[in-house]
Write a protein that binds this ligand. Structure first.
Ligand SMILES: *[C@@H]1O[C@H](CO)[C@@H](O)[C@H](O)[C@H]1NC(C)=O
Ligand SMILES: *[C@@H]1O[C@H](CO)[C@@H](O)[C@H](O)[C@H]1NC(C)=O
Ligand SMILES: *[C@@H]1O[C@H](CO)[C@@H](O)[C@H](O)[C@H]1NC(C)=O
Ligand SMILES: *[C@@H]1O[C@H](CO)[C@@H](O)[C@H](O)[C@H]1NC(C)=O
Ligand SMILES: *[C@@H]1O[C@H](CO)[C@@H](O)[C@H](O)[C@H]1NC(C)=O
Ligand SMILES: *[C@@H]1O[C@H](CO)[C@@H](O)[C@H](O)[C@H]1NC(C)=O
Length: 416
């Protein structure tokens, strides 16, 4: 097995020359075709044992209210074999800030689906995984070549691949690295990696704009999911010690609570939890926190820091999750920040500063690089809270949360 470093050295000049952050929204077609012929996907493998799972598969569908998804027969059939997370929340609207949040632990004020590039001093889950050489990858249906950075592909006509649904491509700390770019691959490579037993331990899967329901509806996305997962669930290599999560980026209706239909499946799900439901409060940030707790990784020091952990994982680590009174919670808008268009959030030029000291739910320290970059500054938000809120603009404020610690002590708070 090649380590990431040795392979990068081996391929040396060629891949490095090709890799750079590109600010071209619509690169010339000739350039796309040339790169399609020359850029090779990279599929590192690793086997770092986790507390509750050895592989995590994160699959996102689009824009559906909880009740609509729950009444889809294909999704209901899959959920009934797994654990239904009834209280799982997307973090804002529209799509892109939710995908952004899944990788960087923050929305950075984003309230739109524009062409964004997060500066290189913002860390992501890729940095967390790299601390233990845990192989990661993304599978983006119809991305024309690994690491393509354009706004969409094809560049005109019906929607197929779109950048706004690709979490890691938004970050310069990923796109400035030749090797990392090549870990952002298409579905052809997914099946290739599956066949050759070189799937990563973390993967994010984005179906195209038809299959994920964005340009269609739940009938199409439910059927796609059922077809996609049915054969994979029978594949021993795929499911063994694997936790599969199916969720939605956001609800379709903006004025209701952003509670999205979500379930867990796969060989790593304890048998006792199959066919049951879980009322624990989770957000997209809970995934990052759970990945950290599972593999003993640091925190990004952003909204992942205070997020609840998957319930049975929390039991293993001893962390006590918060209960959140969601009767007054919407999570349908973003706090202020530099990526705001003043649509639903307030534009403010400064990049939010993460928290760099104190305890995070995953039980580990904040990533060294985050501490080095931001450690001299005061955290912008209360990132140790179990959900994002912003007292300046009043976003998600007035929400009560509490937990009863093992010694019987009750901790209560209200976002304000
Ligand atoms: C997927 O990526 C592979 C490897 O880069 C490439 O050869 C292939 O043409 C791509 N397939 C599609 C459908 O874009
Ligand atoms: C989306 O992918 C499917 C195959 O999974 C393909 O049949 C369909 O044409 C694609 N949609 C678009 C609009 O390209
Ligand atoms: C499944 O995982 C276990 C433990 O990680 C391993 O011993 C076993 O060989 C795996 N089975 C397959 C078919 O990969
Ligand atoms: C969020 O929900 C509240 C309550 O329904 C509503 O007043 C507000 O307009 C919603 N925000 C967006 C962006 O739709
Ligand atoms: C992070 O990068 C941005 C954009 O280059 C810059 O404005 C900001 O000052 C940097 N922050 C820190 C703490 O280095
Ligand atoms: C931040 O959140 C924590 C709980 O997660 C809470 O204990 C603390 O009081 C909050 N801090 C402020 C300044 O609101």
């Amino acid at each position: 097995m090649f380590t990431k470093q040795s392979l990068a050295t081996l391929l040396g000049g060629l891949s490095l020359a090709l890799a750079q952050t590109s600010s071209q929204e619509y690169p010339p077609l000739a350039e796309i075709l040339a790169k399609q012929a020359s850029v090779q996907p990279y599929s590192p493998v690793s086997n770092v044992k986790g507390l509750a799972f050895n592989r995590f598969v994160n699959i996102w569908l689009e824009n559906t209210d909880f009740d609509v998804a729950a009444s889809n027969s294909h999704l209901a059939a899959l959920a009934s074999q797994g654990l239904l997370l009834k209280n799982f929340w997307a973090v804002t609207h529209p799509s892109e800030p939710n995908y952004c949040a899944s990788a960087g632990g923050d929305t950075f004020g984003m309230d739109n689906d524009d062409f964004h590039q997060l500066p290189a001093n913002i860390s992501t889950i890729a940095d967390l995984f790299d601390t233990k050489n845990i192989a990661w990858g993304e599978y983006q249906e119809a991305i024309p070549y690994p690491g393509y950075q354009g706004y969409r592909y094809p560049e005109s006509g019906a929607n197929d691949y779109v950048r706004k649904h690709n979490p890691l491509i938004l970050y310069d700390s990923v796109t400035s690295d030749a090797v990392r770019l090549r870990q952002i691959k298409n579905f052809t490579t997914f099946y290739d990696d599956l066949a050759h037993h070189r799937l990563p331990q973390y993967m994010f899967i984005t179906p195209n704009m038809t299959n994920d329901g964005h340009d269609t509806d739940i009938t199409v996305s439910g059927a796609w999911t059922y077809d996609f997962l049915t054969s994979l669930l029978e594949n021993e290599y795929f499911t063994n010690d694997t936790l599969i999560m199916l969720t939605f980026d956001e609800t379709d209706t903006y004025t209701i609570g952003n509670n999205v239909f979500t379930f867990l499946l796969g060989g790593a799900l304890p048998d006792t939890l199959r066919g049951t439901t879980d009322d624990t409060f989770y957000t997209h940030y809970s995934v990052i926190a759970s990945l950290s707790a599972n593999w003993g990784l640091p925190s990004l020091g952003r909204w992942d820091c205070g997020a609840n952990l998957f319930s049975w994982l929390a039991e293993k680590t001893g962390y006590v999750n918060y209960e959140v009174d969601t009767s007054n919670l919407f999570m349908n808008e973003t706090h202020w920040g530099p990526l705001s268009e003043d649509d639903y959030s307030e534009y403010y030029a400064g990049w939010p500063v993460p928290v760099t000291e104190g305890e995070c739910s995953a039980g580990n320290d904040v990533l060294d690089k985050v501490k080095q970059t931001w450690g001299s500054l005061t955290a912008t938000f209360n990132y140790t809270a179990p959900f994002p809120y912003d007292s300046r603009s009043g976003n998600n404020v007035g929400v009560k949360y509490s937990r009863t610690l093992k010694d019987g002590k009750v901790e209560e708070g209200v976002s304000e």
